[in-house]
Design a protein around this ligand. Structure first.
Ligand SMILES: O=C(O)C(=O)C[C@H](O)[C@@H](O)CO
Length: 255
């Protein structure tokens, strides 16, 4: 078998905007449903979700059935053993949360790469190499791994350049909810101070030539981000979409 190409990584590097959805609901049905929605990527979230690491492989296998959709995985934390497990399961793109310094970005990059570039442990019998059938996986895997790091605190913004320019970092994702809280506006990512910080960060990333990403649940705002060149934009969250659909249907039957 040939090494599997990471088309999401290629698209982001080439500046082709990628629109995605958040998958926080464990199990197979929802992943299957949203995978068929025609979006460019689906993020399997294990940070703010009850999806356990072992369930990530099932989600990856489901998404494998939709070759036009890229699977992204968010580990619970910037933890080398967790990153190793997700990569061994076959994840090729990771969104590592809560990165605040260049050193933390470097730690994530090292965890994503086999030696000598990094510290990722080598095992030949994993799904990542399709159980050894991708014969040059160990030698070439790093080429197709995409590391996205999240900046979502005031401190991270103070270290943006060192984070964004860390070798091995392929993109920087802004976490509006955590950033809002960090700036003193919990639950209010729309606050002027938060929006200003986001705008400045996106402009800086553009100046640095580093692909940017963000979560924007308002379609108009999401379109605006795409138009200004944000590379990967999450436009929906499965948990929220289900709750809103339930509430909308209920409201159609006033007591
Ligand atoms: O801080 C944020 O915003 C994110 O990182 C995205 C959230 O974690 C996501 O779960 C939506 O709330």
């Amino acid at each position: 078998m040939e090494l599997i190409r990471n088309r999401f990584k290629a698209a982001v590097k080439e500046g082709r905007p990628q629109i995605g959805l958040w998958n926080s609901i464990a199990g197979t049905a929802v992943t299957d449903i949203i995978a068929g929605g025609g979006f460019d990527w689906v993020l399997i979230d294990t940070e703010h979700a009850v999806i356990e690491p072992g369930e990530v492989q099932v989600a990856l296998q489901i998404l494998n059935g939709y070759p036009e959709v890229a699977a992204l995985v968010r580990p619970l934390s910037n933890d080398a053993p967790l990153i190793k497990r997700h990569l061994d399961m076959g994840a090729q793109t990771l969104l590592v949360p809560f990165v605040q310094t260049g050193a933390e970005a470097e730690a994530a990059a090292l965890a994503c790469a086999y030696p000598p570039a990094g510290i990722r442990g080598v095992a030949g019998m994993t799904r990542a190499s399709r159980y050894g059938r991708i014969t040059d996986y160990a030698r070439r895997a790093n080429e197709e791994i995409c590391l996205l790091v999240q900046v979502e605190t005031a401190s991270a913004l103070d270290h943006l350049d060192e984070i964004a320019l860390t070798p091995g970092v392929d993109g920087v994702f802004i976490g509006p909810s955590d950033l809002a809280a960090s700036l003193g506006h919990p639950g209010n990512p729309g606050h002027a101070e938060v929006q200003e910080a986001i705008d400045h960060t996106l402009d800086r990333l553009k100046t640095l030539g580093v692909p940017s990403g963000i979560l924007a649940l308002d379609p108009e705002k999401a379109r605006a981000y795409l138009e200004r060149g944000v590379g990967f934009v999450a436009v929906g969250l499965d948990l929220l979409m289900v709750a809103q659909a339930v509430d909308r249907l209920r409201s159609a039957f006033p007591r």
